[in-house]
Design a protein. Sequence first.
Length: 342
Amino acid sequence: MILIVTSKQDGHVEAVSNHLTAAGAPWIRVNIEDFATNVEIDVDPATGSGWLTVKDSRKAVNLQDVGAVWYRKPEPVDVKHFELDPAALEYVEAEFTEVILGLYAILSHAYWINNPFTTRVAHRKLLQLKVASEVGFAVPHSLLTNRLESALAFASGIKSDLAIKSLGAISVTRDQIGCAIQYGIFTRRMTPAELSEFGDKICHMPTLFQQFISKDSELRITCVGEQVFACRILTRTGDITNDDYRFNTLNLEHKAIECPELTGRIHAYMKALSLNFACFDFIVSTGGESVFLEANCNGQWLWIERRTGLPIGRAIANELLRHALMTGDSGSTPEDTPQVSR
């Protein structure tokens, strides 16, 4: 059995589950925000055995039969239907969260794309830059600081403009009456003069400053197990997309490419952080050098598949199916297991 952990709004699931269905593979989807209202469980913690039933799909799974888990983009469990005061509601939400995390831990025998406990560490941007450098990727000159004098010295030393970016979520959203207000930043270019102008704000928040690298293009490389799918995204010189392609992704040219010079280091990075899936972002400088920016271990890829035809969804389905069968039958080998057809 293959377990898919996600949310109702996740548009990526069908791009994989359709392949699983076509191959006759058993799978079950759990939308975590509905866990409190749509999931029934009976679990013996001492043995790690038990059943999980999703009421709306009428699917049930024995936890010991789960051979692979695809951990996508789950939302927090929704407990608003409980008519409780705020403190009690917070307690109930914390209990449900602990139940869900406990189930993840019990499923340690399964193959994960990716294990959420591993992902939590691998998401850390500071660690990513360290590991990327250790496996041989070129990385931007970087400094994390909340001291203006250090930031100014860094800018003077690299003799170029700076790039600033968020370390965590791209943005946060606050609901207002009739609208939603979004706060956050993509990667933005900052001159040394602007740094001095806003220098009084640096002391309030440690900020990651990096060397701004003039780019020819960006690479979005999706790694699924041993398979590597690379896409070149052509940004426009003088346009805001030259700071960060995400400002206007859909209107930029996408092209599937090969990247054999990066593949070995990508696999070394994945091994170092115990990942089975990641989406890598690189800048290709005007000098032709590929410079590592980050690796999202739960990144989006469906738009790449649609723009380029790269079979990423099929690769994920094959990876889940192959390992689910190997977990269920210790005598199986990768060559014995069926593959999702084209």
